[in-house]
Design a binder for this molecule. Sequence first.
Ligand code: NAD
Length: 363
Amino acid sequence: MVEIQALPETSIFGQIADYQHEQVVFCHDHETGLKAIIGIHNTVLGPALGGTRMWHYASEAEALNDVLRLSRGMTYKAAISGLNLGGGKAVIIGDAKTIKTEALLRKFGRFVQNLNGKYITAEDVNMTTKDMEYIRMETKHVAGLPESMGGSGDPSPVTAYGTYMGMKAAAKKAFGSDSLAGKRIAVQGVGHVGTYLLEHLTKEGAHIVLTDYYKERAEEAGAKFGAKVVGLDDIYDQDVDIYSPCALGATINDDTIDRLKCSVVAGCANNQLKDENVHGPALVDRGILYAPDFLINAGGLINVYSEVTGSNRQGALTQTEKIYDYTLQVLEKAAAEGLHPQQAAIRQAEQRIAAIGRVKSTY
Ligand SMILES: NC(=O)c1ccc[n+]([C@@H]2O[C@H](COP(=O)([O-])OP(=O)(O)OC[C@H]3O[C@@H](n4cnc5c(N)ncnc54)[C@H](O)[C@@H]3O)[C@@H](O)[C@H]2O)c1
């Protein structure tokens, strides 16, 4: 596993080397004000696929770090899910409310096109379906489009299904049975994925306690699913079997970890561990089983992949169901090799990339 060390902000090649990226493309256009970075982490398994995020970064160094970290995560997510995809991601620097124009997006599309399919882009934070339409005008290397445009549509139900499968596998390991009937589950965030997840959980007879940043959204979900609604910060103190982070990242941190009373953490949020090298082992010390986030939330990527391969929603769901087996395998590996689950998942992904890399070494 690659240990990432803090580097001086100016050491661009140092950072690229540390994260082991193949290629990082800096895109600039004076006319439109476009400043974008495309991070291509690894293409051993296939083209690098990952969304484009637009964000008002405090510094260019922060933007670079974000694209490097996110694209590396995509490599692992694809590899561990058995997909023939590499990891990539792009960031456009700037305030989406002020600088985003058709021309800027189409110019970005031309940079994507220039990579000839080595990078396939998709929607991410602060990008809309309309924005993707503009990018699509300049490049065919776009995935995750709405069904009306011939794409694979909303990935949230598929992500929720995979998270549900991963949660059941973790329950099997922690409690000896994968049944969630009667289990007390704290769901943090009832947005797109969280709501679909609640449908699976309540159908199986789990008892839910939930919270959301938007009080009305929380109340609505509480009423619909017969769940108890608690305050934003109170979610960490609940006496539950499973904590399911489905909102933001980094919610497992120094401030929250000692408050958790659960036996399992399994949710769809990205980057749940604030520092995987600190909080991964800390969960093990506390006797809490962690279902690796990038493994159990891969349903969305699997759904997008179905677009690349010409499969359909049913094919994506069938592939997503395998997250149950993959999660069990990773948790077994972690126990057998004395690793924390996130570390075991990264190793498993790296081993697949290395093995397939050797396969491809013959002409
Ligand atoms: N949508 C997908 O297919 C997909 C795929 C992989 C990973 N994810 C990740 O899953 C998470 C949820 O995605 P989503 O598409 O449902 O997003 P979303 O924006 O629809 O839902 C997130 C919800 O969390 C709430 N929230 C924000 N901050 C909160 C806080 N501090 N406490 C409680 N609630 C809070 C928001 O109000 C919102 O209702 C994100 O981390 C996302 O990156 C989503």
